[in-house]
Design a protein around this ligand. Structure first.
Ligand code: ASP
Length: 314
C-alpha cells in the first residue's frame, strides 16, 4: 500500500527487441534518454506537480527525442508522410483529450491536452485538429522537422517487403523485432491522482488515415483513480480489439485484483483473444508499477514509490 505522499512514474519507448550485441551504442542511447526523462518526471512530482502535468512533460520530452516513434521521430506512412496520434487522460474525473492523424505538430501530446482543456470534445482529427492547434497558438513545424534519413530508409524497406510494420519491426535472425517506437507515460502523484499519456507516429507504411490504439481511450491509454493508469505499445489493431487499457482497469475494479495481477490477466486476455503483440506499462492506485508484454522486450523505466530510477529493455 502506498504511503500518503508517495509518487510513482513509468515511461516506455516502445515494445520489441533491440539487438544489444549488434547495436550496443544505440541501446545505450535509448536507455540514457529513458533515464534522463524519468529524472525530469521525478523533478515535477517532487515539487508537488500533478500526475497529469508529469505525464505531459515526460511524453513531450520523448516526442522531442528523434530516437522514438513520436513527435519529431515519427515513422512515415504509405505516402512518406508523418501522421501522428496522441492522447492524455486524467484519472481524477476521466477527463481526456486526443488527436489523430495530425501533421506538422511537434508535440501532439500538448495538442491533446489542449483538446481536453479548451474544447468541449474528447478527440479531434486531421485538418480539424490542426486548425484547433492554430487557434491555440501551437505553431506548425515544416515537414523537414520530422524527416530523418533513418525513417526514409525504413519506409523503403517496408515498401520493398510490401508490409506495414511497427517501428521496431526489422526482423532479426529468430524472426523477432528490433528497434523501439511509440512512447507513453503513466504516473501517480503525491495526492494519489493517476494520469496516462501515449503518443505515436503509428506504423511504418501504414495507410493514410489509419488511426491506431494510442489515441483511443481504453485501448492505448487509460487512467482512473479508482484503479490504474495504462499506456500501451505494439500492434494497435490488437489493442483496439481488446481495449487493453480498460480491460486491465476492469480487472482491478471488478475482480479486486492489484495492478500486477490485473496486468498479467490483461496480457493473458490479449494473447488468448487476438494473439496480440506488444506491451503495457501500468501504475496502480497504490503506486505499484507493473509491466506486461507479449513481444520479447519493451524499453521502459520506472520510479516506484519515490524509489530509485530503473531503466531497461526486458
Ligand atoms: N501502437 C502503435 C500503433 O499501432 C504503434 C507502436 O506502439 O509502436 O499505432
Amino acid at each position: 500500500m502506498a504511503k500518503k505522499g508517495h509518487y510513482s512514474l513509468m515511461i516506455h519507448g516502445g515494445a520489441g527487441t533491440l539487438d544489444r550485441v549488434k547495436e550496443p551504442e544505440t541501446a545505450a542511447r535509448y536507455l540514457q534518454s529513458i533515464r534522463r526523462i524519468l529524472e525530469h518526471g521525478r523533478a515535477v512530482l517532487e515539487l508537488g506537480g500533478s500526475a497529469l502535468q508529469t505525464v505531459e512533460t515526460c511524453a513531450s520530452l520523448l516526442e522531442d527525442d528523434p530516437l522514438f516513434n513520436a513527435g519529431c521521430g515519427s515513422v512515415l506512412n504509405e505516402f512518406g508522410k508523418v501522421e501522428m496520434d496522441a492522447a492524455i487522460m486524467d484519472g481524477r474525473d476521466l477527463s481526456a483529450g486526443a488527436v489523430a492523424a495530425v501533421q506538422n505538430i511537434a508535440n501532439p501530446i500538448q495538442l491533446a491536452r489542449q483538446v481536453m482543456a479548451k474544447s468541449e470534445h474528447v478527440m479531434l482529427i486531421a485538418e480539424g485538429a490542426m486548425r484547433f492547434a492554430d487557434r491555440c497558438g501551437i505553431e506548425r513545424q515544416p515537414d523537414n522537422y520530422f524527416y530523418t534519413p533513418d525513417r526514409v530508409a525504413q519506409l523503403e524497406q517496408a515498401r520493398q517487403k510490401h508490409r506495414i510494420m511497427l517501428d521496431h519491426d526489422a526482423n532479426d535472425a529468430d524472426g523477432e523485432t528490433e528497434k523501439y517506437g511509440t512512447i507513453g507515460a503513466v504516473a501517480r502523484d503525491r495526492e494519489g491522482n493517476l494520469a496516462a499519456a501515449t503518443s505515436t507516429g503509428g506504423m511504418v507504411n501504414k495507410r493514410m488515415g489509419r488511426v491506431g490504439d494510442s489515441p483511443i481511450l481504453g485501448a492505448g491509454v487509460y487512467a482512473d483513480n479508482e484503479t490504474c493508469a495504462v499506456s500501451a505499445t505494439g500492434y494497435g489493431e490488437d489493442f483496439m480489439r481488446t481495449l487493453i487499457g480498460k480491460t486491465i482497469s476492469d480487472f482491478m475494479l471488478m475482480k479486486a485484483m492489484d495492478g500486477t495481477q490485473a496486468t498479467a490477466a490483461g496480457i493473458d486476455y490479449l494473447k488468448r483473444k487476438v494473439q496480440g503483440r506488444g506491451g503495457v506499462i501500468v501504475v496502480d492506485k497504490n503506486g505499484q508499477c507493473s509491466r506486461g508484454l507479449t513481444s520479447k522486450k519493451m524499453i521502459h523505466g520506472w520510479i516506484e514509490m519515490c524509489g530509485e530510477s530503473m531503466a531497461g529493455y526486458y
